[in-house]
Design a protein around this ligand. Structure first.
Ligand code: UDP
Ligand code: MG
Length: 330
């Protein structure tokens, strides 16, 4: 089986690539690796490769990865030059993976490797995308669960391409979906959107998302807000349209109010006063204008980073570089 991809010819001898972004995960890496290997050993008829992307960890993660991969040439470790963020790390993984199917897993065991056989089975049934839907999120704060729930719904409403609700980056995608994803070379990498953009035949498997095995979440609240905004601005221009509509409605209301004030003054005269209403109007209009300028700024900022077209990530070293012809250099 041959798959042609942008000039390179891959021999389809790697069935499954597993992409794992790693950022300061020294507490869980070994446990994760062993659980993953245990699952993969049950899939003996399949050939697989694991791609760990070290996203500029400042702890011992890279050393641990080097040791873990030393005994097996199918374990590739890509060391980025600094922390580029999970979205960039995933992009690096997708660009280096050679498998006929690709899965993305978090290193903290919140995406249980034990579900991989089920995902592969769905893929073999002809599905190009297997989405893993979180039916419950264990051990996460009420606030995070609730805001995530709300966010997925807002994104779904705003986004021009459908984004699956409660599906994170944990999913399986087929080679032809990967090849299409590689064509999206935008700098603003919102992976949930990018991964769902190509469409194709989708299956959904529900699972209860367990707690992090060890260590802490790598996202601060502000980073999550930034990711959220980037998801919306990358996949929709509706906020711009909304601010235009809000502007039009407010102008209309202001015009009507102006007419009324004029009529009232002409008929009854105007004994001054009106400070509170004037203040209120000014503050309200000022606020609305600032929000609209902010929305505009978000998009201009996106254009700014797209125009610069900087690389999404930089690779410092690769342990066991995946070879295009399927041969792995020791
Ligand atoms: N991660 C990464 N770069 C970052 C932040 C996170 O590669 O800048 C990885 C992290 O190591 C983990 C995955 O992305 O494998 C998910 O991160 P985390 O568990 O902290 O996110 P949460 O599950 O809390 O949303
Ligand atoms: Mg996690």
């Amino acid at each position: 089986m041959h798959v042609i991809s942008q000039g390179a010819v891959y021999k389809g001898d790697v069935t499954l690539s597993i992409i794992v972004p790693v950022f300061n995960e020294q507490e869980v890496l070994e446990l994760f690796h062993h659980r993953l290997l245990r699952v993969l050993s049950t899939l003996d008829e399949d050939t697989f490769e694991i791609l760990y992307i070290n996203d500029g960890s400042s702890d011992r993660s890279w050393e641990i990865l080097q040791t873990l991969s030393a005994i097996n040439a199918d374990i590739h470790c890509i060391n980025l030059t600094r922390n580029f963020g999970k979205e960039a790390a995933l992009t690096a993984g997708i660009e280096h993976a050679r498998g006929q199917a690709i899965t993305i897993l978090d290193a903290d065991l919140q995406d249980p490797p034990e579900l991989i056989p089920e995902m592969l089975a769905a893929w073999r049934c002809g599905y190009d995308v297997v989405n893993m839907k979180r039916s419950a999120r264990l051990g996460e704060s009420k606030f995070k669960v609730w805001t995530a729930h709300l966010y997925y719904r807002i994104l779904d409403y705003l986004s021009d391409a459908p984004v699956e609700r409660d599906v994170g980056d944990f999913r399986l995608i087929s080679r032809r979906v990967v090849e299409n994803i590689k064509l999206l070379n935008e700098r603003n990498r919102y992976m949930k959107g990018i991964l769902s953009w190509p469409g194709y035949k989708k299956a959904t498997i529900e699972f209860d998302r367990p707690q992090r095995a060890d260590g802490d979440t790598k996202w601060s609240f502000l980073q999550l807000v930034r990711l959220g905004v980037s998801g919306i601005t990358a996949f929709s221009v509706k906020p711009l349209r909304l601010s235009t509509w809000a502007g039009a409605l407010i102008s209309l209301a202001a015009f009507a109010y102006g007419l009324w004030v004029l009529a009232k003054t002409v008929v009854f005269g105007e004994p001054v006063a009106g400070y509170p209403s004037m203040m209120l109007m000014q503050l309200f209009l000022g606020g609305v204008q600032l929000i609209a300028v902010g929305v505009l700024g978000e998009y201009v900022g996106r254009i700014f980073s797209e125009v610069k077209a900087r690389p999404i990530y930089l690779v410092m070293d690769i342990e066991h570089k995946p070879q295009a012809n399927g041969v792995v250099k020791k």
